[in-house]
Write a protein that binds this ligand. Structure first.
Ligand code: F6R
Length: 247
C-alpha cells in the first residue's frame, strides 16, 4: 500500500522522513538501508544525523547499500553519489567502512559489480528500507524511462534528461553516459520504501507517478505496487495532485 503524506514545508518533510529511518534503526539496529544521493535528501540526512546524536541512536551495525552511481566517476569526485553520502551520512555518523556496500563505478567490469550487489542483497534477503528521490523524467535511482522493472542491479544508458540535469552535481561539465543502479524489483521488495520530493519543479512528475497508471515510462510509478510505501512531499511538490483540489 502506498500512502501519500503532504507537509507544509521541505523542512517538516525531512524531519518526518528522518524519523522513519530513526524508528526503524531503533527497533532493528542491524537494518540494511539504501539511501539516495541528490539534492532532495540533504535536509533529511541533516535531521537524521542530528536526531541520531541527540537521541543516542546506535547506527554502528547498520549496513549501508548503494542505490546508484555514475559509471566512470570516482568516489573522490564531489559529484559522485558516494561522495555525497560520505559527506552527509557516513562521516557524521562515523560509519565503519566494512558496513558500506557501494558499487565501484570505476571497476573494469561494472556488470560484475551488479552481480556482487545482487548476491549481497540475496544474502540479506532484502533491504529493510530504501529512500529515493525522483528525477525530472520520473526515474528512481538510475532506473530510466522504459526500464525493465523485473531487473535487479544493472548498468544502464542514462536518459538525456538525466545527463543534463546531473550536471548540477558537478563543478565542471562532466561526461555522464552510463549509470549503475539497483533495480525496481529490489525497490519493490524492500521492507519499506520512501519517496521524497520537494519543490514545484517536481509537481508534474509526482502527479504522473502517483495518480496515473503504473508505467515503465515513469519508473517511480512502480511505487504504487509497493506493499509498504510512503510518498512524502512538501506542499509545492504536491501542488498538481487531485487531493489538493479538494482542499
Ligand atoms: C541519486 C538518485 C537520483 C535522484 C533524482 C532526484 O542517488 O538516485 O535518482 O534521487 O535524480 O535528484 P534531486 O534530489 O537532486 O532532485
Amino acid at each position: 500500500m502506498m500512502q501519500i503524506d503532504i507537509f507544509e514545508s521541505a523542512e517538516k518533510m525531512a524531519y518526518e522522513a528522518a524519523g522513519k529511518i530513526i524508528d526503524l534503526v531503533s527497533h532493528k539496529p542491524n537494518a540494511v538501508l539504501c539511501l539516495a544521493g541528490g539534492e532532495t535528501p540533504r535536509l533529511t540526512y541533516q535531521c537524521l544525523t542530528g536526531e541520531a546524536k541527540k537521541r543516542n541512536i546506535d547506527f554502528s551495525s547498520v549496513q549501508w547499500v548503494s542505490l546508484d552511481e555514475w559509471v566512470g566517476i570516482p568516489p573522490s569526485n564531489a559529484g559522485s553519489c558516494y561522495h555525497f553520502l560520505q559527506q552527509h551520512l557516513f562521516n557524521p555518523l562515523a560509519v565503519h567502512p566494512s558496513n558500506i556496500h557501494f558499487f565501484d563505478a570505476m571497476a573494469a567490469n561494472v556488470s560484475t559489480e551488479c552481480e556482487k550487489m545482487n548476491a549481497k542483497i540475496k544474502q540479506w534477503q532484502r533491504l529493510d528500507l530504501i529512500l529515493v528521490g525522483i528525477g525530472m523524467n520520473g526515474h528512481i535511482g538510475f532506473n530510466e524511462p522504459g526500464v525493465d522493472a523485473t531487473l535487479p542491479a544493472h548498468v544502464i544508458e542514462l536518459d538525456s534528461i538525466t545527463q543534463q540535469v546531473g550536471q548540477k552535481y558537478f563543478t565542471e561539465n562532466t561526461h555522464l553516459q552510463k549509470g549503475i543502479t539497483l533495480g525496481i524489483s529490489q525497490f519493490i521488495q524492500a521492507g519499506m520504501a520512501i519517496l521524497i520530493a520537494a519543490g514545484a519543479s517536481k509537481a508534474g512528475i509526482i502527479k504522473k507517478a502517483v495518480e496515473e497508471p503504473v508505467s515503465k515510462w515513469v519508473p517511480a510509478s512502480h511505487i504504487q505496487a509497493h506493499a509498504n510505501a510512503w510518498v512524502m512531499l512538501d506542499a509545492a511538490a504536491a501542488g498538481a495532485l487531485k487531493i489538493n483540489e479538494k482542499r
